[in-house]
Ligand binder design. Structure first.
Ligand SMILES: Cc1cc2nc3c(=O)[nH]c(=O)nc-3n(C[C@H](O)[C@H](O)[C@H](O)COP(=O)(O)OP(=O)(O)OC[C@H]3O[C@@H](n4cnc5c(N)ncnc54)[C@H](O)[C@@H]3O)c2cc1C
Length: 384
């Protein structure tokens, strides 16, 4: 076993860190406070290689390994979960999905624009009555001559309000249940599609764009199907495997940001004539945060490393997502307390880390669901 990063891995890490320090971190607080999604930043991310990630070089990416991609998302996640979420949706949920399941024509039509940032992508699975229970989606795809008509409602769709292309999961044969689910690529300006912001104000990820999408007989050519008729459940889950690795990486990033902020504060803040880092209770928190960070980083890189080797990594991905997201919430919670009243104010970043970390526990399969996947893998299928 070799736990060391290669020279190229470190170079990617350093390059992304420099980009994030210049273009993302300085704006994170303001975009969170204003709830502002700055669309001009998308091209910058594309130029920095952050939309191509591990996609094939044929589409204009830098051809990073999955380990390098995870390292890049850790850097981004440490600065701003909203932009890390954007990249996870664009590159993992949409880009890797199209590369894996799309036709050659779809790959050629879509992937160069995805990697450059010319087009924004969204992945629309969740519905008002179908969140965790993906097979229960009610959006329908009805044949109309050579075309298909999509009708239904999607909600909580990241990038949904601004996307140029949306991967929409609809049921083409509801009697078949999950075997009728099909993935379609839908233009953002398709007649019959309306979009609006989600109801209320989000707890975190406030610099993201989250939308409700309503489809009223949106007409698509049959060539819009991604991965084959009735294969949408498998396509959706395939996308989520790569997406969850992106979320785990983001959770590692949040933990790194918490540790960095807390170390600096514990060294500088003085009470009772000593720096607070000299109190054992504070040291206990720092040590626990470090153990959470180090273990989730190892689990995440292990899952990415297996993906690079072409091995099945679904189980490792669930372990990494579950462990890293739970550890991120714990780290951010302790970071707020460790900062005292300062931790309670947006003038310090740790309260944002806590609000953002809660989202990571929910999307792309909640922590409950990751535990179910892990336990099912352990138990195996019941004999009939
Ligand atoms: C910031 C953010 C961004 C998002 N982006 C997207 C996106 O881009 N595209 C998209 O399609 N969706 C997106 N979502 C939606 C997200 O994927 C869903 O919210 C998530 O899958 C959970 O679904 P739900 O909210 O309907 O909760 P529900 O499925 O109703 O679950 C409610 C509770 O019940 C638990 N539960 C459900 N079933 C079980 C079970 N079998 N066993 C044990 N517990 C269970 C859940 O863990 C949860 O705690 C986003 C959500 C957020 C918060």
């Amino acid at each position: 076993m070799d736990f060391g990063l290669s020279e190229q891995d470190r170079a990617v890490q350093a390059e992304v860190r420099a980009f994030v320090d210049e273009h993302i971190r300085p704006h994170a607080r303001k975009s969170d406070e204003d709830g502002y999604f700055d669309v001009t930043r998308v091209k910058q991310l594309g130029d920095a290689g952050l939309l191509g990630g591990p996609l094939d070089r044929a589409w204009g990416s830098r051809g990073w390994t999955h380990v390098q991609w995870a390292l890049a998302l850790m850097e981004l996640g440490a600065a701003d979960s909203s932009w890390r979420g954007f990249c996870t949706v664009q590159t993992c949920l949409c880009g890797l999905l199209i590369e894996r399941f799309g036709t050659v024509k779809q790959q050629q039509d879509l992937l160069c624009k995805l990697v450059s940032g010319e087009w924004i992508f969204a992945y629309a699975l969740t519905e008002p009555e179908a969140g965790t229970d993906v097979a229960a989606i009610q959006t329908t795809a009805t044949s109309d001559g050579a075309d298909v008509l999509i009708s239904g409602t999607k909600q909580w769709i990241t990038n949904g309000g601004v996307a140029d292309r949306i991967l929409v999961f609809a049921n083409a044969d509801p009697e078949q249940g999950r075997d009728g689910i099909t993935c379609f690529v839908v233009p953002g300006d398709a007649p019959g599609l309306t979009r609006e912001p989600v109801e209320g104000k989000e707890l975190g990820h406030r610099g993201s764009n989250h939308a409700v999408l309503r489809f009223d007989e949106v007409r698509l050519p049959a060539t819009s199907v991604v991965g084959g008729l009735g294969k949408g459940f498998e396509v959706a889950m395939g996308g989520l495997e790569d997406g969850r690795l992106g979320v785990a990486s983001g959770a590692v990033g949040i933990q790194q940001a918490c540790v960095d902020a807390c170390l600096e504060f514990a060294r500088s803040r003085r009470q009772f004539g000593r720096r607070i880092g000299d109190f054992q209770l504070i040291q206990q928190d720092l040590a626990d945060m470090w153990v959470g960070l180090d273990s989730s980083r190892l689990l995440t890189l292990q899952a990415a490393w297996k993906r690079d080797r072409g091995e099945s990594n679904a189980s490792e991905v669930s372990v990494a997502k579950y462990a890293a997201c739970e550890a991120a919430v714990t780290a951010a919670d302790r970071a707020v307390l460790l900062h005292g009243a300062r931790g309670y104010s947006s003038a310090w970043p740790v309260e944002r880390y806590l609000r953002d970390a809660k989202g990571l526990q929910i999307y792309e399969g909640t922590s409950h669901i990751q535990r179910i996947i892990i336990a099912r893998d352990l138990l195996g299928k019941e004999a009939r």
